[in-house]
Design a binder for this molecule. Structure first.
Ligand SMILES: CCCCC/C=C\C/C=C\C/C=C\C/C=C\CCCC(=O)SCCNC(=O)CCNC(=O)[C@H](O)C(C)(C)COP(=O)(O)OP(=O)(O)OC[C@H]1O[C@@H](n2cnc3c(N)ncnc32)[C@H](O)[C@@H]1OP(=O)(O)O
Length: 153
């Protein structure tokens, strides 16, 4: 299988949600598919909010990182960059529609819905056994040189 974007472009990073090098992180893996990115994630018991169901903050982190990579990868393609653009989360919101089962593989899909300059809007959905249990949208901004995040991935 093709390498995940995180492993290919940012193997040393320590972001809690997506950094391959964080021993206590979630290690999400994002792959281009169709008009966006997909991520498959199987939670562990310590990610639960109540028995058998996923904690809402963990759901937020899954969306945050996966949508961020969706924006970064979009800008890489659009602007012909050698690697994904260094984007940070400016804002995001999550709708928790139904309890999300935690003892199975989950699918997170995300795609860009609007982009202008350094600012990219992304929407995402979380699917468990074919059912959408949460939706999210967010704005991600590519930072400029001098920003504390610049070069820190
Ligand atoms: C350097 C080489 C790196 C190589 C990288 C290689 C590989 C790595 C690849 C990719 C990495 C990808 C993903 C990484 C994954 C996860 C990272 C973890 C995610 C996080 O955990 S990250 C931490 C939490 N995150 C923050 O810590 C952000 C704090 N914040 C700020 O750092 C600033 O606030 C910032 C930068 C957001 C904006 O500041 P700024 O000065 O750059 O930009 P400015 O204000 O000019 O806005 C420009 C346009 O964004 C719009 N805009 C601004 N803010 C908005 C908001 N809040 N809501 C809606 N729209 C907003 C404006 O309205 C304008 O839009 P318009 O141009 O259309 O008017």
């Amino acid at each position: 299988m093709e390498q995940a974007l995180q492993d290919k472009f940012a193997p040393e990073t320590r972001c809690f949600g997506c950094g391959p090098s964080n021993p206590k992180g979630l290690h999400i893996k994002s792959f281009p598919e169709g008009d966006g990115l997909v991520c498959r994630f199987t939670p562990e018991e310590h990610h639960e909010g109540f028995p058998g169901f996923l904690n809402g903050g963990i759901i937020g982190t899954l969306f945050d990182c996966h949508m961020n990579w969706t924006a970064a990868y979009f800008l890489m393609k659009r602007d012909n960059l050698p690697s994904p653009a260094p984007t940070v989360t400016a804002e995001f919101s999550v709708q928790l529609l139904k309890p999300t089962p935690s003892r199975q593989e989950l699918l997170i899909r995300a795609r860009v819905v609007e982009a202008q300059g350094r600012r990219v809007k992304v929407e995402g959905e979380l699917v468990a056994s074919g059912e959408v249990t949460a939706r999210a949208s967010g704005t991600f901004v590519a930072v400029k040189q001098g920003h504390p995040a610049w070069g820190r991935w």
